[in-house]
Design a protein around this ligand. Sequence first.
Ligand code: COA
Length: 162
Amino acid sequence: MKVVYPGTFDPVTVGHIDIIKRAVSLFGDIHIAVAESTPKQPLFSGERRVELVKCSIAEAGIGGDITVEAFHGLLVDHMKKIGATVFIRGLRALSDFEYEFQLQLMNRRLAPGITGIYMMPSESNIYLSSTLVKEIARHGGDISRLVLPCVRRALEESVNDG
Ligand code: COA
């Protein structure tokens, strides 16, 4: 079974890494799909977000067969292209539920064979988000426990570049 973990990952945080670890231990291999088409206005380019996911996985010491690549267009089309029928998502708090419900049902309507499954992150990551991490970095706060070192460096560089 080919399992996809899609997201914007702008940037990847320890919350995403937590889900990746859980998914790898359950499924053995996963395919991380970094969305180029997103309603968000990402700080990092798709290519850079892919690099940051890869270096975070390496720094977190996660083994297994993990593919990371960017995709354009609809998630369901990307999944069909690579022959995947299952995607996983993290579910943090009640506030995620409505959006994830919409995402699941709309994807199912677009491609009836596709199913999303949901995982709870660790308690310590429940209130984490990429937006908060970027905001803390922008104001010079300590993000060392929220992202892996390569992402911390990338955020510091982007703050210094103005
Ligand atoms: N722990 C802590 N935080 C987590 C987390 C976890 N386990 N999992 C997610 N988050 C946070 C992220 O940091 C992010 O924070 P932000 O909103 O401040 O950026 C937020 O939760 C969710 O982001 P992410 O996991 O990167 O995914 P997303 O919701 O941006 O991804 C796509 C959405 C890419 C899956 C969706 O837009 C998509 O499929 N796009 C392709 C186009 C498409 O098919 N559209 C139609 C969909 S029906």
